[in-house]
Design a protein around this ligand. Structure first.
Ligand SMILES: [Zn+2]
Ligand SMILES: [Zn+2]
Length: 106
């Protein structure tokens, strides 16, 4: 007579799974029967990989978008430079203080 390793339920000789709690029996393990939970875990690990891939793709797309945004900012700010009245340094249009001398710009 075999007993369930998990709940102690009496098991039929040829049982691969405990009829009470679903735990795989020793004969089930010896027969190489995988529990539904193990299948589930495999599915989840595959899903994890796919999620990771999706994130890395999203990361690349994000990088690209950021680069475009940065280029646009550079383009916008380089159009009309503000010339510092103090040191005559050219500052990007969005600058509020001269990056060379710290003078407040209009
Ligand atoms: Zn059991
Ligand atoms: Zn200046």
């Amino acid at each position: 007579m075999t007993f369930c390793t998990d709940c102690g339920e009496k098991l039929p000789e040829n049982a691969y799974f405990c009829p009470k709690c679903g735990q795989r029996t020793r004969s089930g393990a010896e027969a190489g029967i995988s529990t539904p939970w193990e299948d589930l875990r495999e599915t989840f690990s595959k899903m994890g990989e796919e999620i990771e891939n999706a994130f890395s793709i999203a990361g690349k797309e994000m990088e690209k978008a950021l680069k475009i945004a940065r280029d646009k900012i550079v383009e916008a700010t380089s159009k009309e430079p503000i010339i510092c009245p103090d040191c005559e340094e050219k500052n990007p249009a969005s600058t509020r203080f001269c990056y060379n001398c710290g003078k407040k710009l209009k």
